[in-house]
Design a protein around this ligand. Structure first.
Ligand SMILES: CC(C)(COP(=O)(O)OP(=O)(O)OC[C@H]1O[C@@H](n2cnc3c(N)ncnc32)[C@H](O)[C@@H]1OP(=O)(O)O)[C@@H](O)C(=O)NCCC(=O)NCCS
Length: 104
């Protein structure tokens, strides 16, 4: 799935998230689906900023965001505790003026 959260029409901002089954990783699906959602966010919703977070252990997520043009802006320390395991998240941002509508 790819999802869009925290849409704030006054601030013209929102957040992107994604999760794909491990069996289909590495086929470009996350990048393709997130790119479609970003086009909708910037073109239809007229957003100025989209934010995303990725667990610092998830290199694939960070790579997807960087391929889409997101910039790493900082670290959310101890953002998640799952089954007692504490992890940090990177926070990424993509601005409308940085968004490449037609990467091809
Ligand atoms: C992150 C995730 C969505 C990737 O999905 P995907 O469909 O495989 O992504 P894509 O194929 O579009 O791109 C993955 C990129 O990461 C790279 N990558 C993946 N694992 C990597 C690793 N361990 N080291 C370096 N690069 C890695 C791939 O090579 C690819 O880059 P490339 O196109 O330059 O070769 C998937 O790992 C996932 O669902 N993870 C769990 C949930 C999650 O972390 N969600 C993010 C919250 S925002």
């Amino acid at each position: 799935w790819v999802t869009f959260n925290s849409w704030n029409p006054d601030f013209r901002s929102g957040s992107l998230g994604f999760c794909f089954a491990e069996a289909v990783w590495g086929r470009g699906y996350a990048t393709e689906a997130a790119r479609a959602l970003l086009a909708w966010a910037f073109d239809a919703l007229d957003l100025n900023r989209v934010q995303a977070e990725a667990d610092t252990r998830n290199i694939g997520s960070a790579r997807v965001l960087e391929k889409l043009g997101f910039r790493r802006e900082g670290t959310l320390r101890e953002d998640c505790i799952v089954a007692g395991v504490v992890s940090d998240s990177w926070v990424y941002g993509l601005l409308r003026r940085e968004w490449d509508h037609d990467p091809d």
